[in-house]
Design a protein around this ligand. Structure first.
Ligand SMILES: Nc1ncnc2c1ncn2[C@@H]1O[C@H](COP(=O)(O)OP(=O)(O)OP(=O)(O)O)[C@@H](O)[C@H]1O
Ligand SMILES: [Mg+2]
Length: 384
């Protein structure tokens, strides 16, 4: 994915001009025109670098820098101050506040590009190859409507990834009040997510999250959502959800987020922490139409090509149902995997708190999950 730069300036012309120049250099750009907005976007967008003006009407750039450094979720983001303030004392104040670099306006474009490249390169080196490999891959799973089968998919795909990669896998339900994995897999209590959502997001640590996870006998770990309908109000807690999504990849090689149906404001925030997405649909013409629109919206947010896999879930055997080819044609997109209908097996699995791929390891769902797992692990697949 392109590296993302957050540009912060109260002058809209500067924002536009610098944004365009950096976009042409291949960066993804997001912009804020005051300090408080910059703090929000630093959390929501998880940029790779912040280009920050100092003189702004609400919070100045020094204060923004200090607050970004104080917040667990944003403290490692490099900051390049970009300002008309040219005194040595200003530079010292900026660097003391925690900035990584200081550039005085006006500046030649090549100087700006070089500074940005240097800082990003330094950051990559500081992270080191080991640290980067250790940070897990986050895959969001979503659909246009409920009941398509994405929680079942998340759990089964999680087991498949765990078996194949031998890495830690976390399946996290981001469905407050609408969780299903606790009951499906044998827990009567499911307050892991709700407890974390009640915390102040900037104080949350990886350790807090670790203690909220439960381990399933298959080896995967789960962050469970409550199934108490009254807890659905937690769904609006985007900053809190975003903070959880930010820490999860520190704890596992693969993180699967069950994001449920639709793109809510909270979903938007969590998408900022997803490396790639799986969009699931069922084989009904109107689902295909709605999914097509969702795919366009997600492409506009940078999830296209290899970063977005589409899967078809057939939950029932329906005579005369759309074929895979027909669905692909209507969707005008390749469907990576089509899951077979296994209603009896799905029912038994739920009654016995089992996972389909463990219950029937050589069956179609296990094979289809393995195929999707290979894709997410970056293996090249042969067309089948
Ligand atoms: N391949 C399949 N064949 C038959 N039934 C399936 C299949 N996949 C999932 N199901 C069943 O479909 C139902 C819905 O699945 P699931 O709960 O995973 O959907 P969901 O998209 O997470 O729904 P919700 O929006 O309620 O969270 C469940 O009863 C599940 O057992
Ligand atoms: Mg579900």
């Amino acid at each position: 994915m392109k590296e993302k730069i957050l540009i912060v300036d109260d002058d809209v012309d500067t924002l536009r001009l610098i944004g365009l120049m950096l976009q042409r250099q291949g960066y993804q750009i997001v912009a804020a025109n005051h300090g408080n907005q910059a703090l929000r976007m630093a959390r929501d967008e998880a940029p790779d670098l912040i280009l920050l003006d100092i003189m702004m009407p609400d919070l100045d750039g020094y204060e923004v820098t200090r607050r970004i450094r104080k917040d667990n979720q944003t403290r490692d983001i490099p900051i390049l101050l970009f300002t008309a303030k040219s005194l040595v004392e200003d530079r010292v104040t900026g660097l003391e506040a925690g900035a990584d670099g200081y550039l005085v306006k006006p500046v030649q474009p090549h100087q700006l590009f070089e500074q940005i490249k240097d800082i990003l390169e330094r950051r990559r080196k500081a992270a080191g190859p080991v640290a980067r490999v250790q940070r897990g891959q986050v895959t969001g799973i979503l659909a246009v409507k409920g009941g398509v089968g994405i929680s079942t998919l998340a759990a089964n795909l999680g087991v498949s990834l765990h078996t194949k990669s031998r890495q830690e896998v976390i399946v996290a339900e981001f469905r407050p009040g609408e969780g299903s994995l606790a009951l499906d897999l044998g827990w009567s209590e499911a307050d892991g997510l709700a407890k974390l959502l009640e915390r102040e997001p900037s104080n949350l640590t990886a350790e807090d999250i670790e203690t909220s996870l439960v381990r399933h006998p298959s080896g995967i770990r789960l962050l469970l959502s409550s199934y108490r309908a009254g807890d659905a109000h937690y769904r609006s807690l985007g900053d809190e959800m975003s903070a959880i999504a930010r820490w999860l990849p520190d704890l596992a090689g693969f993180v699967l987020l069950d994001l449920g149906p639709g793109i809510y404001p909270a979903t938007e925030k969590v998408l900022g922490h997803c490396d790639n997405l799986v969009v699931a649909l069922d084989p009904f013409p109107y689902s295909i139409t709605r999914t097509k629109v969702m795919i366009q919206d997600l492409a506009a947010k940078g999830f296209a090509g290899d970063l977005l896999q589409i899967v078809l879930i057939n939950r029932a055997r329906i005579n005369g149902s759309l074929t895979l080819n027909q669905a692909q044609e209507l969707l005008n997109q390749t469907i990576e995997v089509a899951f077979s209908p296994v209603p009896e097996l799905a029912f038994q699995a739920a009654c016995q708190n089992q996972i389909l791929v463990t219950q029937d390891p050589d069956g179609p769902i296990a094979q289809q999950c393995a195929r999707l797992a290979d894709r997410l692990m970056g293996k090249v697949l042969q067309a089948t």
